[in-house]
Write a protein that binds this ligand. Structure first.
Ligand SMILES: *[C@@H]1O[C@H](CO)[C@@H](O)[C@H](O)[C@H]1NC(C)=O
Length: 401
């Protein structure tokens, strides 16, 4: 039995014993592959029920997660549940479950959906051509992000001996494509995309909600990262809402991103770390607005110029975990990737993609209608969509025949 499969089973076993989750038991080894899917669905239901019993988790909560992680089941919530979600947030709505098996539970959960493969690396596909093509086709208004990401990732993967992990920090307003690109990277580097065992997604408010448990989170996070790296030749770690990541967590994972000098440890140099945040979003938007006011096209905005501004902004010692951690001082971030604010015609392109993705016909008028639903700022110019392309794909529902 391969390492991937066994650790997967082990996690589930641990869970089964410690949490007494469900009564299905462990399937006989030989039938894992065939029955795995069904069984893991059942196990998932059991985990869900268990958690539900512990903390009275709402349906919305699971939808939120499924939506965040897999972009599944997003349609129903969004609008109606904004208020509830907000009140959850205020009351520290995140999982009531803390303690040791918190992240384990989630790896088991991920694990139960992904196919456990024998070596843990057989699902690596590294389809850079496909990545580039899909970014060109589906990422709108981001000439800088597109170029630097493909370049950085390609160079990193081609290097037989990188001296450190690749660390990319995505910055920009919400809805500008940071999540979209992270998902796209996952799906072009791994057969199973975000569901791969070599890909770990951490969402600050979800995985690390309470400051008082920071020590426990730190230990769990480090354990997760080293276990993943031991299992996979190449790992991808995504930190969503990185602006809300406690600086001590950032400091805790620094050694995984640092230049390699530790010979008795697993090799972290083949890992990719993505940090997604809205930090610096305002400065990026100011630059874009200045260019527009000066009558210059946004494609003239250069990486050198913007990255410099962005770096300066991130070092501002405001309530900003980047500045408080030592991530910047130690030059651990390889590229700061700016995501520009989106204009009206970009939103229309997102709407078009949403229609195409569902195989639905669309008219130019429908695209206008969708774009018109968004709020544009600043007040005078009404140039940039305040929510980028966020929830555009849900909004097309209103215009279906
Ligand atoms: C690479 O990605 C492209 C675009 O998504 C896809 O059409 C192609 O089949 C992929 N190739 C491999 C080998 O997975």
């Amino acid at each position: 039995m391969g390492l991937g499969l066994s650790s997967c089973l082990l996690l589930l076993l641990l869970l089964g014993v410690s949490g007494d989750l469900g009564s299905q038991g462990t399937p006989p080894e030989g039938t894992w592959e065939e029955e795995g899917e069904l069984w893991s669905r059942a196990r998932f239901e059991a985990v869900k029920k268990h958690l539900g019993a512990v903390g009275a988790l709402s349906k919305q909560y699971w939808q939120y997660l499924a939506c965040k992680v897999w972009q599944e089941g997003c349609e129903e919530e969004e609008e109606e549940n904004k208020e509830e979600e907000e009140s959850h947030r205020r009351s520290g709505w995140s999982l009531p479950l803390v303690g040791q098996d918190y992240l384990e539970l989630f790896s088991a959960w991920y694990c139960s959906f992904g196919k456990c493969c024998k070596t843990g690396d057989c699902q690596i596909i590294n389809n850079i051509t496909g990545l580039e093509a899909d970014l060109n086709r589906q990422l709108h208004g981001q000439h800088l992000a597109k170029e630097v990401i493909v370049h950085a990732v390609q160079e990193f993967l081609q290097n037989p001996r990188p001296d450190k992990a690749l660390v990319l920090s995505f910055h920009g307003w919400s809805g500008t494509g940071k999540n979209f690109v992270a998902r796209m990277l996952a799906s072009h580097l791994y057969q199973d995309g975000l569901k791969s065992k070599c890909v770990r997604l951490f969402i600050s408010l979800f995985h690390f909600p309470h400051h008082k448990y920071m020590d426990s989170y730190k230990a769990q996070l480090k354990k997760q990262i080293s276990e993943t790296v031991q299992l996979c030749k190449q790992s991808l770690f995504i930190f969503d809402e990185a602006e809300k990541l406690h600086f001590s967590l950032l400091d805790a994972i620094k050694p995984f991103m640092a230049r390699y000098d530790n010979k008795d440890q697993a090799d972290y140099r083949r890992s990719i770390f993505l940090f997604l945040s809205n930090l610096g979003g305002n400065i990026i938007n100011e630059v874009a607005l200045d260019f527009w006011r000066a009558g210059r096209v946004r494609e003239e905005i250069s990486m050198e110029f913007l990255e410099q501004q962005l770096r300066a902004e991130l070092q501002e010692p405001a309530e900003n975990s980047y500045a408080r951690s030592h991530l910047l001082e130690e030059n651990l971030v390889d590229v700061f990737v700016p995501f520009l604010p989106l204009e009206y015609h970009h939103v229309k392109l997102c709407a078009r993609d949403a229609f195409l993705a569902r195989g639905l016909p669309y008219t130019e008028e429908a695209l206008h209608e969708v774009a018109r639903l968004m709020v544009f700022v600043p007040k005078e110019e009404k140039l940039f969509s305040a929510q980028g392309c966020k929830s555009v794909s849900q909004r097309i529902n209103y215009f279906l025949p």
